[in-house]
Design a binder for this molecule. Structure first.
Ligand SMILES: Cc1cc2nc3c(=O)[nH]c(=O)nc-3n(C[C@H](O)[C@H](O)[C@H](O)COP(=O)(O)O)c2cc1C
Length: 274
């Protein structure tokens, strides 16, 4: 079966599909021809769906993506720059959570927004691990503390860099500086040899953090958690990723206890114009 099917009744031969194709694998053999794949194009296609999504006539169909399966863009749902700025600046790292589980259905919807994040070559390497029970989150936080105690014993330079003595003392005082008593931790993981994975996992969690507030959820990067998941073998064993896979990011998620009233300030952008 061919990778692309062109509905010749709808196709206007405007060439847009070929212009947007990132792999340059769509060609028009002559001015009256319909678009076709270049020789060997099926192996070069990155399955991004741009040819289907850009066609104003709904004429292009990909073997894994028919136009009728791709939702139409709702122009009136798109934000203007002021709304986007407000939305992006409204995102906060949430460190205080209600003692309430988030329904699995809601977490699934949140991940289903985040999975549309971009990835190099559209490889979509990101996989998800959800630590779903608060007790299990706390147990995992205990592994992070074990790692920190190990670093303190070894006199690691990370102790000063990450204030680990203070973090451990805080934990020993009955607080949770690792997961902030969040009911859930969402981890992105992927195969360790996939060069696109670190960036893709970071962007996917960035999407997830931004999307969280639309579900009335709060989120916060779990940097200590991810560092231990990356460097502490006992924790990796507990997380139990499939062979060859490692963690590339972790995020706390839960219902926020407080509502922020203002947008805090940040440094001015340092920009070099050339
Ligand atoms: C990679 C990364 C790791 C982070 N790790 C933690 C963490 O382990 N615990 C925490 O409370 N906040 C963590 N944060 C949140 C930052 O402290 C926060 O983004 C920063 O203070 C700015 O606040 P804002 O996100 O509300 O704008 C992390 C942020 C990033 C980007």
């Amino acid at each position: 079966m061919s990778l692309l099917t062109v509905n010749q009744e709808k196709c206007e031969r405007d060439g847009i599909c070929a212009e947007v194709c990132p792999a340059a694998i769509i060609e028009f053999k002559d001015k009256d021809a319909f678009p076709t794949l270049v020789h060997g194009g099926d192996k070069l296609c990155i399955k991004c769906g741009h040819c289907v999504a850009v066609c104003p006539h709904g004429a292009m169909s990909h073997v894994i993506m028919k136009p009728e399966e791709c939702p139409p863009v709702k122009e009136d749902w798109l934000f203007g720059p002021e709304q986007v700025e407000h939305f992006m600046r409204y995102r906060r790292s949430i460190r205080n959570y209600k003692k309430k589980q988030v329904e699995q259905e809601v977490l699934t919807k949140l991940i289903n927004v985040a999975r549309f994040a971009p990835s190099g070559h559209n490889r979509q390497p990101v996989k998800w691990l959800v630590i779903n029970e608060r007790d299990e989150v706390q147990r995992m936080a205990g592994f992070v503390i074990d790692w920190m105690r190990h670093l303190i014993k070894e006199d690691s330079p990370l102790v000063a860099a990450m204030n680990l003595n203070r973090v451990v003392a805080f934990w020993e005082g009955g607080n949770d500086p690792i997961c902030r008593n969040a009911p859930h931790i969402i981890i992105t993981y992927a195969h360790k040899d996939d060069g696109t994975a670190p960036t893709a996992c970071t962007i996917a969690l960035t999407y997830l953090e931004l999307a969280a507030s639309s579900f009335d959820l709060g989120a916060c990067w779990a940097g200590y958690f991810n560092a231990a998941a990356t460097f502490w073998p006992p924790m990796q064993k507990e997380l139990g990723f499939p062979e060859g896979n490692i963690s590339f990011g972790a995020m706390m998620v839960g219902y926020p206890k407080f509502k922020y009233q203002r947008l805090p300030l940040r440094k001015d952008a340092a920009i070099i114009w050339r």
